[in-house]
Design a protein. Structure first.
Length: 400
């Protein structure tokens, strides 16, 4: 089956600065990940600009990225650090020279230590600190940016930071999680207004993490419903001032009553006969479920800001590129205004609290040398991203 995407539809890849650059005085620095890796040196992106720009441009003509807040602004309301300011100009100029269109993410899960020590997003009085940073980024680098993404997955950020304790500040406090979401929503609205005043024709949106929450039995019904309400309804309502609805999708999460993932319950996933990657149940049909849900709710253009699989073998990734392309193509045909798609991620990086052993990249990153090597999935995706055409075929069944 040969698929051809509309001329205006775009493909890209995505990274986050903290996951690819060496740590600098942020709230993830020094944290021991699940696989034993200490969050410090990641992929040496800041040392490999020419190589990485070539990789980015080779894979796709669009790139979703962020800057390291802690390295750029080293004190509250401070001017940008000069070497860092110039470094990011070099990166962005190089990307534009290669014809790469940029989506800039203003907050991607991490904060400077000076912000975290003030209780970060838990306190409304800290909102102006981030607003100041965001305005400086907009003024300094707005000339290079085509799309803006204020916050990356605030539902994940609040959940993992204050409900499960997986992310800094490693708390279990549902009331604080709610405050974090509300404060981020207020900050988003203010920065949206500023962006539209500075760049009125540049689309501004949010990146919302989507999942299909299911129940395996009666015990799982309420937890699944509660997770769905929090993730899919409660948090998005604070980020509705947008030009596009950005969504990421990775899989289905069943409950019995606790969440079932391959990462934590591999035998359960196998016993259920479910396809999976190295973390989650593999359920590409869920992307269409989420697309329908938010298109019907908001009727705003949709950009898929992250999608991919955690797959060390790369076999599933080859199939997933096909599967997700077919689902998106059909959704567009059915009238959903999907404008673009960013694959996560450009190269293997440090997967937050799980560490670098969890691999999402289209390029492999050697854990010792940090050298990059294109995977077969990278070649396949590059062909799709540049031609907007793909022949869907079966690569390999996922091991179960």
């Amino acid at each position: 089956m040969r698929l051809t995407f509309p001329e205006k539809f775009f493909f890209g890849t995505s990274t986050a600065a903290v996951q690819v650059e060496t740590a600098f005085e942020h709230d993830w620095q020094g944290i021991k990940c699940r696989d034993g890796h200490v969050f410090d040196q990641t992929t040496d992106h800041e040392l490999r600009l020419e190589e990485d720009v070539n990789i980015i441009a080779t894979l796709a003509p669009n790139y979703r990225m962020s800057l390291m807040w802690s390295k750029l602004q080293r004190e509250p309301y401070g001017a940008f650090d000069e070497p860092t300011r110039l470094h990011y100009h070099t990166l962005l100029k190089s990307l534009k020279a290669r014809g790469v269109s940029i989506m800039m993410v203003l907050h991607h899960f991490s904060n400077p230590l000076w912000f975290a020590k003030r209780s970060g997003w838990e306190k409304e009085e800290n909102i102006p600190l981030w607003i100041d940073y965001a305005r400086r980024v907009i003024d300094e680098y707005g000339q290079y940016v085509s799309y803006w993404n204020t916050f990356n997955e605030p539902n994940v950020y609040a959940s993992f930071g204050w409900l499960t304790g997986f992310f800094p500040p490693f708390k279990i406090n549902p009331l604080a999680a709610g405050k974090v979401v509300i404060n981020m929503g207020k900050a988003h609205d203010q920065v949206y207004d500023y962006l539209k005043s500075r760049f009125p024709h540049h689309p501004v949106g949010i990146s919302h993490n989507c999942a299909v929450f299911a129940a395996e039995n009666i015990l799982g019904w309420f937890p699944a419903r509660l997770s769905d309400w929090w993730f899919m309804d409660y948090v998005p309502q604070y980020f509705e001032k947008v030009d596009f609805f950005g969504m990421s999708y990775y899989g289905r999460i069943s409950h019995d009553p606790l969440p079932i993932t391959y990462l934590n319950h591999p035998q359960k996933i196998k016993d259920l006969g479910r396809k999976h990657d190295d973390i989650w149940e593999y359920y590409p049909e869920g992307l269409r479920t989420c697309l329908d849900r938010y298109w019907n709710k908001y009727k705003k253009p949709i950009i898929i800001t992250e999608n991919g699989v955690c797959d060390e073998s790369d076999f599933l990734r080859l199939q997933a590129i096909q599967d997700y392309a077919a689902i998106i193509h059909q959704a567009i045909h059915d009238g959903i205004d999907i404008q673009g798609y960013y694959h996560w991620s450009t190269w293997d990086n440090v997967e937050w609290h799980l560490g670098p052993s969890m691999r999402f990249g289209l390029y492999q990153t050697d854990p010792k040398t940090r050298n990059r090597f294109m995977k077969p999935s990278g070649a396949l995706y590059a062909s799709l991203a540049h031609s907007k055409k793909i022949t869907v075929q079966q690569y390999q069944e996922v091991a179960i």
